[in-house]
Design a protein. Sequence first.
Length: 99
Amino acid sequence: MFQDEKLICEDCGAEFTFTVGEQEFYAEKGLVNKPKRCSECRKLRRQKVRRKMFDATCALCGAQTKVPFKPIQGRAVLCRECFMKNTNIEEGKQEQTEE
Ligand SMILES: [Zn+2]
Ligand SMILES: [Zn+2]
C-alpha cells in the first residue's frame, strides 16, 4: 500500500508531498528513486533543459559561439569574450562622457 510521503526539495528546501498517485506512477515506470525536487523546481529544470542554444559566429573575432536566442540576420552576435570586452568599453565610455 502506498501512502503520501513528505519529502524535502533538494533545490529550494521546501517540503512537498510525494503523493500516492505519483508513487504508483513511479512504481509503474519502474523508478526506484524518489523525486528529489518539488513540482515547481522540476518544472523550472525542465524549462532550462528545453532552452535551445543556437550556433552563431562572433561578429568581432569570428569564433564559433552558442547563444540562447536565434541569431537574426544582420544583427551582430558576439562571443562571450567579446561581449564582456564590449560591455567594459561601453561602461568606460559612459564614465568619460559623464560630466
Ligand atoms: Zn523546490
Ligand atoms: Zn568574439
